[in-house]
Ligand binder design. Structure first.
Ligand code: NAD
Length: 371
């Protein structure tokens, strides 16, 4: 089975879909791996480090006879057009212009497995790229915030006197939020957490964070949250405001599937925060959780700093690529049986990930837009 790995072209994308450590595992399941020259350059991996793979300069040649094409971001139209008819494409598709991409996939009979559509079930955990990437982003957020604070996170006793630990509030306790709590605790902060799914109370507690009770339960489908009603938003705001006012560092990670990121911090709430406080908004890719967030920017307003970084996993490109490549390996182990590409499209994991069925006439394709 011929596998081609693309160099990423999106600006700011330093990750790559395959790393040297995973290539050997692919060759064990009878895959021949070709990689676009320079694919690892953005994260400091030279071509000759991809031992066991063949490096190819020209992208059209690379994908022309590949059975499976791997990427992080969706490939550009020229690359899709150069792919072999009926090939498989594996990548994230959130940033794709979906109707146009669906047409291009249909034109080449390409089936795309969208890495952000892995169902949140136990047997799919090893493939779950949203989780692997969110865990790294969550880890990183307190570090980023800490470098913008004029104070330290732990308690420190010095000959000149003692410094009190910083107060960190993490809003949204999914995969990223729980990792943010863990990092903030390791750095010595006093940490509080809040989510609209009550089951996160115990998870926060097990990591040493106090849960902010709001009395709102917004459990939705499939382990995700649902959008809050206007009344619930008021109830939450009333409960959370004084914790925001006490916080030195706030990390927001809230998302609701298929919706823009919910606003967790209004402009008024932000204005009421302590001078010198910092907000790190990890939801910037989907619009942001703070009214002051400018995705991709750091803004200073009324004495506070609001950082809204885009594509945080790319900043940890080495580990993000390694985990993503392992997610893909686990996916390929599901697709490849005895050295043959034999996807079972009735498998609920593959069915959920698949865009553009190979075995249906073009008119009936599932071109569902990804929100
Ligand atoms: P997510 O990125 O969709 O959202 C992040 C968090 O924001 C969630 O915890 C959500 O409840 C919270 N949130 C939404 N609206 C909010 C609001 N108004 N105020 C405060 N918080 C709000 O979530 P995620 O990290 O992808 O995880 C979602 C769930 O899926 C979690 O329960 C997680 O444990 C579960 N999960 C399961 C698997 C698996 O079983 N394979 C894998 C990954 C995640």
């Amino acid at each position: 089975i011929r596998i081609a790995v693309l160099k990423e072209r999106e600006s700011g994308e330093r990750r790559v879909a395959m790393v040297p450590a995973v290539i050997e595992r692919l060759t064990r399941i009878e895959c021949a791996v070709t990689i676009e020259a320079g694919a690892g350059a953005a994260m400091g991996i030279a071509d000759d480090a991809f031992v066991g793979a063949t490096m190819v300069d020209d992208v059209a040649t690379l994908v022309a006879d590949a059975d499976i094409v791997l990427a992080v971001q969706p490939p550009n139209p020229e690359t899709l057009a150069a792919m072999r008819e009926g090939a498989l494409l594996v990548c994230f598709t959130q940033t794709a212009d979906m109707p146009a991409m669906s047409d291009r996939l249909a034109a080449r009979q390409i089936t795309c497995l969208a890495m952000e559509r892995v169902p949140r079930i136990s047997r799919a955990q090893a493939i779950d790229a949203l989780s692997s990437q969110a865990a790294l982003a969550g880890y990183y957020a307190p570090l980023l915030g800490a470098t913008h604070l004029g104070r330290i996170l732990p308690r420190m006793t010095t000959a000149a006197g003692s410094l009190r630990p910083a107060a960190v509030l993490v809003m949204g306790l999914g995969v990223a939020g729980l990792q943010a709590i863990a990092t903030a605790r390791r750095l010595g902060a006093v940490v509080e957490g809040y989510d609209v799914r009550p089951e996160t109370r115990d998870e926060a507690a097990s990591l040493g964070a106090r849960f902010v009770e709001t009395g709102v339960d917004a459990r939705g489908e499939g382990g995700y949250a649902r959008e809050l009603t206007p009344e619930e938003k008021q109830t939450v705001a009333a409960a959370v405001t004084r914790h925001l006012q006490a916080a030195d560092l706030v990390i927001t990670t809230a998302a609701v599937p298929g919706r823009p990121a919910p606003e967790l911090i209004s402009a008024e709430q932000a204005a009421g925060m302590k001078a010198g406080a910092v907000i790190v908004d990890l939801a910037a890719d989907s619009g942001g959780n703070c009214a002051l967030s400018q995705p991709g920017e750091t803004v200073h307003s009324g004495g506070i700093t609001v950082i809204a970084p885009l594509n945080v996993p790319s900043r940890l490109a080495e580990h993000a690529s390694e985990l993503y490549a392992r997610n893909i390996l686990n996916l390929l182990e599901l697709l490849i049986v005895d050295g043959e590409l034999a996807p079972d499209w009735n498998d609920e994991v593959l069915a959920a990930m698949r865009l553009g069925p190979v075995d249906e006439p073009a008119g009936q394709r599932d071109n569902t837009a990804i929100a």
